[in-house]
Design a protein around this ligand. Structure first.
Ligand SMILES: CC(C)(COP(=O)(O)OP(=O)(O)OC[C@H]1O[C@@H](n2cnc3c(N)ncnc32)[C@H](O)[C@@H]1OP(=O)(O)O)[C@@H](O)C(=O)NCCC(=O)NCCS
Length: 183
C-alpha cells in the first residue's frame, strides 16, 4: 500500500513542509493564531509521513521533551499533529503511523509518551495502541513566560521505558510540568 517515511525534522523538504501546512489548515481549526503560536512553538524531532505518490496524505510528529519529575530528569515522547487527508480517512493510516511512532519512541527509550486530544473522541484510536486517559492536567510555560495548562479531559499517556514513573504521575497529587512550550 502506501509507504511510511520517517524523517528527522531537519531533513523535511520545503515541498513536504508546504503540503503539511495545508493539511494542518484543513484538519484543525485554530481560533486565535497568536495564542496558538504562543503555546505551540516547539520543533518536532521526527516527522512520520505517508505519501500517495508525491501527495502527503497522513502524518504525525514526535517531540522529545526533557523535564523533571520529583527532581529526576525524565524524557517524554510527545505526539502531535496527527492528521490524515479527509479523502484517505478510516483506512488505518493514522494507526499505522502511531504504531511506527511507538517503535521509534521505544528505541529512543523515552520514559513515556504524552499527547493532547479530545479524549472522548480519540479513545478508540489512541487506546488501540496503548494510550490511556491521564485524567490529569499538565503544565508548561508559554513563549511570553506564563504558566499554562492542558486540561485533564484532553490528556492521554502511554508508559514506555519507565512504567514506574508513569504510574507515579497517574497516582500522585502533583502536577506534571513539561517545561517550555506544549506540542
Ligand atoms: C483523527 C484522524 C487523524 C484519524 O485518521 P485516520 O487515518 O482516518 O485514522 P485510522 O483510519 O487509523 O483510524 C480511524 C479512527 O480515528 C477515529 N477518529 C476520527 N476522528 C477523530 C479525532 N478527531 N480524534 C481521534 N480519533 C478520531 C475514528 O473514529 C476511527 O476510530 P475507530 O477505529 O473507532 O472507527 C483523522 O480523522 C483526522 O485527521 N482528523 C482531523 C485532525 C484530528 O482531529 N486529529 C487528531 C488530533 S489529536
Amino acid at each position: 500500500m502506501y509507504k511510511t517515511q520517517i524523517i528527522k525534522s531537519v531533513q523535511m523538504t520545503s515541498q513536504i513542509m508546504g503540503q503539511k501546512r495545508k493539511l494542518d489548515a484543513a484538519c484543525f481549526t485554530i481560533p486565535d493564531l497568536n495564542e496558538h503560536r504562543n503555546k505551540y512553538f516547539l520543533e518536532p524531532k521526527y516527522n512520520l509521513i505517508i505519501l500517495d505518490g508525491e501527495k502527503l496524505i497522513s502524518c504525525l510528529e514526535i517531540y522529545e521533551i526533557e523535564t523533571k519529575w520529583k527532581d529526576k530528569t525524565i524524557t517524554i515522547g510527545g505526539i502531535g499533529s496527527v492528521m490524515t487527508d479527509s479523502l484517505y480517512r478510516n483506512k488505518g493510516l493514522a494507526k499505522d503511523l502511531l504504531q511506527k511512532a511507538l517503535e521509534i519512541m521505544g528505541k529512543e527509550k523515552y520514559d513515556f509518551s504524552l499527547l493532547q486530544t479530545d479524549v472522548e473522541k480519540a479513545t478508540h484510536l489512541y487506546g488501540s495502541i496503548g494510550f490511556i486517559p491521564m485524567k490529569k492536567e499538565y503544565t508548561f510555560i508559554t513563549k511570553d513566560g506564563k504558566l499554562d495548562r492542558v486540561k485533564a479531559k484532553d490528556t492521554m499517556i502511554l508508559p514506555l521505558a519507565n512504567p514506574e514513573v508513569t504510574a507515579d504521575i497517574l497516582n500522585s497529587a502533583e502536577t506534571l510540568f513539561v517545561g517550555n512550550g506544549s506540542w
